[in-house]
Design a protein around this ligand. Structure first.
Ligand code: Q46
Ligand code: ZN
Ligand code: ZN
Length: 301
């Protein structure tokens, strides 16, 4: 079967819009879509310094690859979580990806920084909960201390739709008012953007393969992704029956987002007495979880 635009063999069949594309034309389509997402939601300005948190997975690698190709000023950060072999492998992939992309890579290792890896800390919190707190703190503080204007993450359309869908199914609507492709910066919180917001997971996988990006396929041993995967499967079945379901769902959500904004429960933020970053109590959740009495420094030496 032939590409819609040339005589070459088709590389991918897109369902919405419906068309067959060869490898070259798919790459072009994908990059144009990222560019349009950035413009439509006013995510980035051409002169901004952007940090991309590279996990070793496909989404962050593709984000870095495309932003670099579109001419943005990017640098990458990999956070080694200290989860045995999984983290070793992730770091190796992150290094290889940044070599291929031609981007500068910074590495922060949780065990070196905090004395223990994720999963080894004695706390009542579930592992993924303090892992999330740790990652968000490190990438925000790293970006803040080193003068980055924005943090770009690899969230794709499927991640966004399944997140919103599952939260609505449980009427966990507290934070939906903050969801979207752009979270503006505020005080010591650096702006966060999602350039792959309108691209499906399938398109991201095909793009990674098309440009030769290798990525980790093993899951973190702490992952309990079953429910997310179930929601993604349900949404994929709906998409198959009615192409365009996902993108229309997300666009409708953005139009109605204001309905959830008044539910945002945001206590005014003070400053953490240990590290000076925004905090709801005396200490920020990161310093609390890790029992810190002294701030960790993330400034590049
Ligand atoms: S939160 Fe949990 Fe992930 Fe951290 S402990 Fe692993 S699964 S890496 S996305
Ligand atoms: Zn073609
Ligand atoms: Zn703190």
């Amino acid at each position: 079967m032939r590409c819609k635009f040339c005589e070459s063999e088709a590389y991918i069949r897109l369902h919405y819009p419906k068309m067959l594309l060869c490898r070259e034309h798919f790459i072009e389509y994908f990059e144009r879509k990222v560019k349009r997402t950035i413009e439509r939601y006013k995510l980035l300005k051409p002169d901004e310094k952007i940090l991309i948190v590279i996990s070793g997975g496909k989404d962050s690698a593709v984000t870095a690859y495309v932003l670099k190709k579109l001419g943005y000023n990017i640098e990458c950060l990999h956070i080694n979580l200290g989860i045995g072999k999984y983290s070793e492998e992730s770091e190796a992939y992150a290094k290889r990806q940044c070599e291929l992309i031609g981007a500068k890579l910074h590495i922060v290792r949780v065990r070196e920084l905090l004395g223990a890896g994720i999963g080894e800390l004695k706390t009542r919190r579930p592992t993924c909960s303090y892992c999330g707190i740790t990652k968000r703190y490190i990438f925000n503080k790293f970006a803040y201390e080193n003068g980055f204007d924005a943090i770009a993450t690899g969230h794709n359309l499927d991640d966004e739709v399944s997140f919103i869908f599952s939260n609505i199914m449980h009427w966990n609507t507290d934070y939906l008012g903050k969801q979207g492709p752009l979270l503006p910066g505020e005080g010591k919180f650096v702006k966060k953007v999602k350039p792959l917001y309108e691209l499906t997971e399938r398109e991201v996988v095909y793009y990674a393969l098309a440009v030769g990006l290798e990525y980790i396929v093993h899951e973190c041993p702490h992952a309990r992704g079953a429910t997310t995967i179930e929601y993604k499967e349900i949404l994929n079945a709906m998409e198959e029956k009615k192409p365009g379901t996902k993108i229309n769902f997300i666009k409708g959500f953005l139009r109605k987002k204001h309905l959830f904004e008044r539910e945002l429960k945001e206590a005014p933020l003070g400053e953490c007495k240990v590290c000076g970053m925004p905090a709801q109590g005396e200490k920020c959740s990161f310093c609390r979880v890790w029992g810190l009495e002294e701030a960790v420094g993330l400034k590049i030496k």
